[in-house]
Design a binder for this molecule. Structure first.
Ligand SMILES: C[S@@+](CC[C@H](N)C(=O)[O-])C[C@H]1O[C@@H](n2cnc3c(N)ncnc32)[C@H](O)[C@@H]1O
Length: 253
């Protein structure tokens, strides 16, 4: 029997209801925040026979140990099986375009992982891959910041990232790493076909071994005075460019 855990935030709960409503045991809402969008959410819960409890805000605060971050809605959920348990599942699945991965080499801030999930969903990434060690996992904050994308983008944790990258390469996936001082530029690099974009950690960037396994290293040209971009912003820019090139090459628009 899977253990129940707490999911919070309006979009995180809504997305879970849309994707796997049957995994929600009950929804608890702030009785003083029943506005129009909350009423829509309640309607959907009713149509799926999900139990809804109205409670005072402090009870919701108590669940997550923080005041108000739940946006007035919390769900008690059971873990749902991921559509892909490893990269081979993705590579062997019936994708309607070449595989498209985002690899995060040691992202530790839940807000950054949440934002990466959100933009990965928007750009049609098939899965995010991250090492088990030194990385934040899918916790409540990540799911809330992801705004529902943690329920839609498969997140694959691996014990040995360098080995996983080698396996992707053997399967014909082009591995493109991003660093501040790379020889190549996002402006003039061909990013079509099966691809995995690799991003480094907030403080230290990409590990040397990871860099060495990349087929290409590129930089996102910057024109101001800051030394680097936030990892989720850099992911967004590079993923957008990959999607743009796919569309121009006649792929999914
Ligand atoms: C905050 S940065 C890491 C900064 C770190 N001090 C370093 O030297 O790598 C986090 C990640 O975002 C990506 N990134 C940020 N700005 C970038 C840029 N201008 N070009 C390419 N990648 C960038 C890289 O993947 C980087 O590892």
């Amino acid at each position: 029997m899977s253990e129940a855990r707490i999911l919070f935030g309006f979009h995180a709960v809504l997305s879970r209801m849309r994707q796997h409503g049957s995994s929600i045991q009950e929804i608890i809402i702030d009785q003083d925040r029943v506005d129009a969008r909350m009423r829509d959410l309640l309607e959907m819960a009713k149509s799926q026979n999900i139990r809804v409890i109205q409670a005072e805000r402090h009870r919701l605060d108590g669940f997550i140990g923080a005041h108000g971050r739940h946006q007035g809605v919390i769900a008690r959920v059971i873990e749902t099986p991921m559509p892909y348990k490893d990269i081979h599942d993705v590579l062997e699945s019936d994708l309607d375009e070449p595989p498209f991965f985002l690899i995060l080499d040691g992202v530790q801030d839940p807000h950054n992982l949440g934002a990466c999930l959100r933009v990965a969903d928007a750009m049609g990434v098939h899965a995010i891959i991250a090492p088990k060690d030194r990385s934040v996992g899918l916790n409540g904050t990540v799911r809330k910041v992801a705004s529902g994308a943690a329920e839609t983008v498969p997140f694959i944790s691996v014990t040995n990232l360098a080995r996983t990258i080698r396996e992707l390469k053997e399967a014909g996936v082009y591995i493109v790493g991003t660093t501040m001082d790379a020889p190549g530029s996002l402006h003039n690099t061909k990013l079509e076909g099966p691809i995995a974009l690799v991003m480094g950690a907030e403080g230290d960037g990409m590990r040397r071994l990871t860099q060495e396994t990349c087929d290409a290293l590129i930089t996102i040209p910057m024109f101001g005075s800051v030394q680097s971009l936030n990892v989720s912003v850099a992911s967004g820019i590079a993923l957008y460019e990959i999607r743009r090139q796919r569309v121009l090459a006649g792929g999914k628009a």
